[in-house]
Design a protein around this ligand. Sequence first.
Ligand SMILES: [Zn+2]
Length: 259
Amino acid sequence: MIGTELLDRVADVGAAGWAVLVAAPLVGSFIGVVVRRLPEGRPIICARSRCEYCGAALRMGDLVPLFSWLAARGRCRYCGHPLGWFYPGIELSAFAIALIALAADDGKRVWLDCFFGWWLLALGWIDIRRWLLPDALTLPLIVAGLAAAAAFDPERLTDRALGAALGYLSLRTVALAYRVLRGREGLGHGDAKLLAASGAWVGSMALPQVVLGAAVSALLAAACLRLAGVRLGARSALPFGPFLALATWLIWLLGPLFA
Ligand SMILES: [Zn+2]
């Protein structure tokens, strides 16, 4: 059973594993701040958190991930306005990423898996909310991928640098072709930079699988939305970033499906 296996893995993860699990909701909370503030150019650190409805300054006790939200039953403690699922959703997602990383790997590699997964979570979530993949997140992720290769996997550094270059160029070529053929933008510039980051982490050989996995999961999501009664016309589309992010992280964790 995958469930019991996961529990066994989690039971003997040791101190590093527990540290990841404890850190995850806190990191998720921080990712929530990044997702809301970064696209608007608002400061991310050194700015007090306030209720977005009544402006009340939040104290430490209001900012404990998940627990504060549960204790106040999903409402602001000061004005009673419902807070929605955004913060608990992103905190639980960060926790799920840590659990999956612990099930797939151990030791130092779990922290690297989580770092990468949490970063991609921020990018994907911003793309869903704002249809945007900020350079401030995609470009450092390219550098981080190459730095991780240099530190832990030096013999693959060349392949991962090649992956970054090919990732960028391939999506730019597709985007230009689309613009010439259809007369409008299909893929954003941000998608090309995200695929460059993807190549910097998984290497050039895995890139076709990342694109294929992202395209298949995007089509599945579109089909599910259609079944749920949401109309997607020829001119509307889904952001591609979340699917690229998901496919990249799974291939990073599990390795390419066919080598
Ligand atoms: Zn309030």
